[in-house]
Design a protein around this ligand. Structure first.
Ligand code: CO
Length: 178
C-alpha cells in the first residue's frame, strides 16, 4: 500500500469527467492506496481525480451520524446516483481544497449503484452524512467540485477565500508571514 499525493484545486484533473473502468488487480491496488490516503489525511471520502487519476473510482468511510451507523470502508467503482430526494444545507470540506469549509445544498436521501472491488454490482440507499459524502465524491467523478454547487456569488467568494488561504499557507511555509 502507498499513500498517494493529493491533487489540489485548480488542477485540471479535478474539473474533468472521469472514464468508467473494469475491476482488475490494478484497480484493486488503486482502491487500497486511495483508502490508505483517505485515512492518513483524515478524509471520509476520496475520489480518483483527487489523486490525479481520471477514472470513475472512489472510496468512502463515513463515521456514525446520530442514529445512523458508520458506513465502514466502501470501494465504489463506476458509481452513479439512480434516485435522490429531499434537500438540506450542511457544512462540507474537501481534501482538494485545503482550508475551505462551505455550506452546500444536497439531497438528503440517495440511492447509488456501483460495482465493488470484487466486480459485484451493488445498490446502496443512504441518508445523513453518507448521502452527502456519496454526492460529493460522485460529483468529483463527474468533474464537479463542491464550490460548483454554490450560486455564482457565493462560489466567487468561496474561491477568493480559498485562494487567500492558500497564499497564507504558502507564506507561512516560506517563513515570511508577519
Ligand atoms: Co472533495
Amino acid at each position: 500500500m502507498a499513500r498517494l499525493p493529493i491533487t489540489v484545486y485548480p488542477h485540471p484533473v479535478l474539473t474533468t469527467p472521469t472514464r468508467e473502468v473494469v475491476v482488475d488487480d490494478g484497480i484493486r491496488e488503486i482502491l487500497r492506496d486511495m483508502a490508505e490516503t483517505m485515512y492518513v489525511d483524515n478524509g471520509i471520502g476520496l475520489a480518483a481525480p483527487q489523486v490525479g487519476l481520471s477514472i470513475r473510482v472512489a472510496v468512502v468511510d463515513v463515521p456514525a451520524d446520530g442514529d445512523l451507523p458508520a458506513s465502514g470502508l466502501l470501494y465504489l467503482v463506476n458509481p452513479k446516483i439512480v434516485a435522490s430526494s429531499g434537500s438540506a444545507v450542511g457544512p462540507e470540506g474537501c481534501l482538494s481544497f485545503p482550508g475551505l469549509d462551505i455550506d452546500v445544498k444536497r439531497a438528503t436521501d440517495v440511492t447509488v449503484e456501483y460495482v465493488d472491488d470484487l466486480g459485484q454490482p451493488q445498490t446502496l440507499s443512504a441518508k445523513g452524512l453518507l448521502a452527502i459524502c456519496l454526492q460529493h465524491e460522485i460529483d468529483h467523478l463527474d468533474g464537479i467540485v463542491f464550490v460548483d454547487r454554490l450560486d455564482k456569488v457565493r462560489r466567487a467568494l468561496a474561491l477568493r477565500d480559498y485562494e487567500r488561504g492558500l497564499q497564507r499557507m504558502a507564506a507561512h511555509r516560506n517563513g515570511i508571514e508577519k
